[in-house]
Design a protein around this ligand. Structure first.
Ligand SMILES: Cc1cc2nc3c(=O)[nH]c(=O)nc-3n(C[C@H](O)[C@H](O)[C@H](O)COP(=O)(O)O)c2cc1C
Ligand code: SF4
Length: 629
């Protein structure tokens, strides 16, 4: 079993001094709380109706109280939920925001997307570590604080960003980091920190069909009720709307398949995991257009015959939970959710929000459903697909946040009007999350068919070298391709648009993405688990000046293996960043290569350097013998 400490993984078989110190800390600080388990856990369990499918939510809520998931908590839950202890530990160990060991009263995680790096996150992290006398990934001796890195937090337009106990702080500067360190040292409760620290901006720069809509809550639903369930499916099909989460599956077909699937209990799930580095448009929709998101989900429920909906919200957006709950409550009061919605007999539907806990793979639809069922977020074998075997193996319509908004618009304005926007195979508009080297980062909405160059002009870029479209798993587009157009005919995208100017080293950009995939691989299948680690090692080897042409050829072989044998899209696209940057920026790689044909990835003699240092030896006998030619 591996325990996550930021990016540092500690294997339980080789318990370190640090962990035994943490255990001691746990004994000293937790003993008083152990007896109070029933006091805090019972209300959670009652609220969650002792439902083992809510295990992830129960663990998360328990951790919000105790700071980490104590072994006694696991025992207690195991007994109350009638689940094996190993199952609970397995779930808790899977998610990087759940901690099986004390992780500090204040848990600081710096966002580590490439755009955070470009804005200096590493220097800020080191500065904070110095200020608090701490090494990255470690917990301070007094149990006060830990500092680490986490994958992209979805704040790329206002980075560098960090999470403190799950709360996002954006636009970090040296001064802000000092202030945060000071507040932590003084043990100031988060509720007393200046509210301004936690301000997250929408940064909407260009409105279109969706962001400029004038709908009031209930408008699209009224239109949907007039059409009836099959009419909604027909309208969404006729609008040719395709999913906005990346794969671009026709939404109407998905809803139709769910509607026609056998079974009377059906579900609607909104994918708000938004973990692809560089994407943050769903955050803005959930902040300022939540009614439209829920309206789209409710329409979908009417169309497919679902009674229950879930919004799966990524853990990084924890701060949106209460505002979203308030919107849901307002909609219940207005009879836009609940029983006999809008007075239509038998139209019963409600939505619950489930929070993720720091696992990018849970954005993959079948992994998300596993996670919703309180399990580790490991992708399922497909087929069968969620439309017939989704949540609890029951028919489930699962769509992206933006897709639900677009569906509501298509139903309200009519399929023909909707289809008139965009291109033949990519109808409607698309939200683009712009970040990186541009003076006006933020959210831009365009009809599909917009060129890369047009977006670059609008956000005021100069000397652009490349744009990464749709995140690390998408495409890197060089200057010669800026006339290419966004849409399923040419450049499909879930929305990320990261800009790199001519001062950027595209090799380092690709290396950051490769580290991301290696870190986020769920480890279920060997090709991806081993392949992403090998890819990371190879890129690190090249970065350290030990790379050869042989390594570049190996990356191409690895890509073939990953593409053909990986269980899900993460493994299949993991080599994309390297292959795409190699195509456009080969010199960035070749300048780092040695002229040798082959050099091993592991420097055995180098690994003995510490032993030599400790023994004070550096004679020939303390080095590995090299074969003379
Ligand atoms: C590794 C991986 C991560 C994904 N992350 C997301 C995500 O964060 N949000 C999302 O909507 N879709 C994500 N997807 C795509 C989903 O599996 C699914 O296709 C999508 O949610 C369906 O909704 P749509 O038809 O509205 O696009 C991801 C896919 C993979 C393979
Ligand atoms: S490809 Fe990677 S992320 Fe997908 S199931 Fe396999 S190990 Fe997990």
């Amino acid at each position: 079993m591996a325990i996550h400490l930021g990016y540092v993984r500690v294997e339980s078989g080789q318990e370190t001094e640090d962990i035994s110190r943490l255990r001691q800390f746990e004994r000293v600080h937790m003993d008083g709380q152990i007896n109070t388990h029933s006091e805090y856990l019972d209300p959670i369990l009652v609220r969650r109706q002792h439902n083992a499918n809510d295990l992830l939510q129960i663990l998360r809520e328990a951790q919000e109280h105790y700071g980490h998931i104590h072994s006694d908590t696991i025992d207690y839950l195991s007994q109350k939920l009638q689940l094996p202890r190993a199952r609970i530990e397995g779930v808790a160990g899977f998610y990087s925001f759940l901690y099986l060991k004390p992780h500090g009263e204040y848990r600081v995680l710096f966002s580590d997307n490439i755009t955070d790096r470009m804005l200096g996150n590493q220097v800020l992290l080191e500065e904070m570590c110095r200020q608090l006398w701490l090494q990255p990934g470690k917990v301070s001796e007094d149990g006060l604080v830990s500092i680490g890195m986490t994958s992209c937090t979805g704040m790329c337009d206002q980075g560098p960003a960090m999470l403190v106990n799950g709360r996002a702080i954006t636009r970090l500067t040296h001064q802000r980091v000092q202030e945060v360190g000071h507040l932590i040292r003084n043990r100031t409760p988060l509720s007393e920190w200046p509210a301004d620290f936690f301000r997250v901006e929408d940064n909407i720069r260009r409105k279109g069909l969706l962001l400029g809509n004038q709908l009031s809550p209930g408008d699209a639903l009224r239109a949907g009720i007039a059409l009836g369930a099959s009419g909604i499916v027909g309208a969404v099909k006729a609008s040719a709307l395709r999913g906005r989460g990346g794969a671009g599956f026709p939404t109407g077909l998905k809803w139709e398949a769910t509607r026609n699937a056998a079974g009377t209990v059906k579900h609607v799930v909104c994918n708000a995991d938004e973990g692809e580095p560089g994407t943050f448009k769903d955050r803005v929709l959930l902040t300022s257009y939540a009614d439209l998101v829920f309206e789209g989900m409710t329409l979908s429920a009417l169309a497919v015959g679902a009674q229950r909906g879930f919004l799966y919200l990524r853990g990084e957006y924890r701060y949106l939970l209460e505002p979203l709950e308030a919107v849901l409550q307002r909609r219940r009061v207005a009879n836009l959710l609940g029983k006999n919605i809008f007075g239509k007999a038998g139209f019963d539907f409600d939505i619950a929000i489930h929070l993720g806990a720091g696992a990018y793979i849970c954005g993959e639809e079948s992994a998300l459903i596993e996670s919703l069922e309180g399990k580790r977020g490991v992708p399922r074998n497909r087929p069968p697909f969620p439309v017939t075997h989704g949540y609890l193996q029951q028919p489930t319509a699962l769509d992206n946040v933006e897709t639900f908004c677009q569906a509501a618009l298509a139903v309200q304005m009519g399929a023909e009007n909707y289809k008139a926007i965009g291109t033949a195979k990519s109808t409607g508009s698309k939200l683009i999350s712009v970040s990186g080297d541009c003076p006006r980062p933020g959210i831009y909405e365009y009809p599909f068919g917009v060129s890369v160059r047009e977006i670059l002009d609008d956000c005021g870029t100069v000397n652009t070298r490349a744009v990464q479209i749709s995140g690390p798993s998408g495409a890197c587009v060089g200057e010669s391709e800026f006339n290419r157009k966004l849409g399923f005919e040419d450049l499909p995208t879930a929305g990320a648009f990261m800009v790199f100017d001519d001062s950027r080293d595209m090799f380092e950009v690709a290396r950051n993405y490769v580290h991301f995939f290696a870190h986020e691989s769920c480890g279920f299948c060997t090709p991806c688990r081993v392949g992403t680690a090998m890819l990371q090692q190879t890129m690190d080897k090249i970065a350290e000046g030990h790379g050869t042409r042989h390594d570049l050829a190996e990356i191409e072989n690895l890509d073939h293996v990953l593409q053909t044998t990986s269980h899900c899209g993460l493994g299949r696209t993991a080599c994309n960043p390297v292959l795409h940057t190699l195509k456009h920026f080969r010199p960035a790689y070749e300048n780092r290569l040695k002229s040798l044909d082959f050099e091993p990835a592991f420097d055995l003699d180098g690994a003995l350097a510490r032993a030599r240092q400790m023994t004070g030896r550096d004679d020939a006998g303390a080095h590995l013998k090299t074969e003379d030619a």
